[in-house]
Write a protein that binds this ligand. Structure first.
Ligand SMILES: Cc1ncc(COP(=O)(O)O)c(C=O)c1O
Length: 367
């Protein structure tokens, strides 16, 4: 259909490059090995599947508006206060809602240039200006972020740990940054991958929420709980902020299957531990195998590994991507200049990881 001449979207929407999700299909392969979207290799907890399926009996009804039971279950699991939580269909939607609440035309949101690629889009959708800080080889530069703060800054948005680099800011670094921000700047910490962080110097942003009134953290059930398809995210912040976020959000923020499955998943601690053990084993293995092949494998506190292809390794990231695709494997490529020599690989099942390593070894060694 032709665009009507009399209606028009907001001008800013014409300038937005929409976020490209990882590809999931490969011609000639009915079941490709999809390592492009940071989904959980082990899927959902069996208890969560059972609870989600059971909930469908009530799927004809609008879901619970009252999210108290879910908030209490999260609070028990992570030792947090249920009153400080708001919910949404994924943390993506919550991040968009939070940015839209705190920044608008004439105001700025600082992020780091190679961070989660949705970040500048949230600012633009809010009519605000996204301002990109430089990083240091894909790791956030706290000093560069601070150098960009001015009177127009309303938000600093960081993913910790970060995607697509897998790197993280330590607790002291995050506190150093927070301490130097004016009190009218909101620090948003997107902690989608927090559960995977296993280093002693990582500190949950939720600690800062307890101490300061200008910090909000977003979390998700898409990663360690393996519920990416059910869409369940939550945020943790000052009570008045989460009440406002709830008030301006969807009337029914959580569908019935996500609600039931989320609560059940939190109870299945044995399964979650299995997911974490699997992830730790394979991130370590991937990093050491790929470094052994001459690649620059970034340290990761997430469920994926970012790979750099220096000229000495003999193969470009593009060639390797095409070769992996020809074997039915889909890594993640990014159409951005800083990522021309990069691929990102999500942790998959044992068989998927072994096959990926074998294919990469064979390809790089024959260069
Ligand atoms: C850093 C980061 N934040 C947020 C999200 C969005 O997650 P959700 O599924 O909760 O919307 C992702 C998804 O990959 C992510 O990598």
């Amino acid at each position: 259909m032709r665009n009507s001449a009399s209606i028009a979207p907001k001008p800013v929407l014409k300038t937005i490059d929409y976020y490209m999700v990882g590809i999931s299909k490969l011609e000639g392969f009915s079941k490709p090995i999809k390592l492009s979207s940071n989904e959980s290799a082990l899927g959902m907890s069996p208890l969560a599947i059972e609870a989600g399926m059971k909930s469908l009996e009530r799927g004809y009804l609008y879901p619970e508006v009252d999210t108290e039971q879910l908030a209490v279950a999260i609070g028990d699991y992570y030792q947090l206060s249920p009153e400080r939580m708001a919910f949404g269909p994924g943390s993506d939607e919550l991040l968009q809602r939070i940015v839209n609440t705190f920044a608008g035309p004439g105001e700025e949101m600082i992020y780091s240039k190679n961070a989660y690629m949705q970040f500048p889009i949230y600012a633009m959708l809010a009519g605000a200006t996204p301002v990109a800080a430089d990083d240091i080889d894909f790791r956030y530069s706290v000093d560069d972020i601070l150098s960009l703060v001015n009177d127009r800054t309303r938000i600093v948005l960081l993913a910790n740990p970060d995607n697509p680099s897998g790197t993280y800011l330590t607790g002291p670094e995050m506190r150093y940054l927070h301490k130097r921000l004016p009190s009218n700047v909101l620090l948003i910490i997107d902690a989608a991958y927090e559960e995977y962080a296993r280093v002693d110097d990582y500190e949950s942003g939720t600690n800062l929420v307890h101490e300061f009134d200008n910090v909000i953290v977003t979390r998700t059930f898409s990663k360690v709980h393996g519920m990416a398809g059910l869409r369940l995210g939550w945020c943790y912040g000052p009570e008045w902020v989460v009440n406002l976020i709830t008030k301006i959000g969807p009337s029914f923020p959580v569908n019935c299957a996500a609600y039931a499955a989320g609560i059940a998943s939190l109870k299945d601690t044995e399964f979650t531990q299995k997911v974490l053990d699997h992830n730790e084993r394979w991130t370590k293995t991937l990093i050491s195998e790929f470094r052994g092949l001459g690649l620059n494998a970034y340290s990761s506190q997430t469920n994926f590994v970012l790979l750099g292809f220096p000229p000495e390794c003999g193969r470009s990231s593009d060639e390797t991507n095409r070769h992996l695709n020809s074997k039915g494997i889909i890594p993640r490529q990014f159409a951005l200049s800083d990522f021309v020599d990069k691929l990102r690989i999500t942790v998959g099942t044992d068989e998927e990881m072994q096959k990926t390593i074998d294919v990469m070894q064979q390809f790089l060694r024959s260069a």
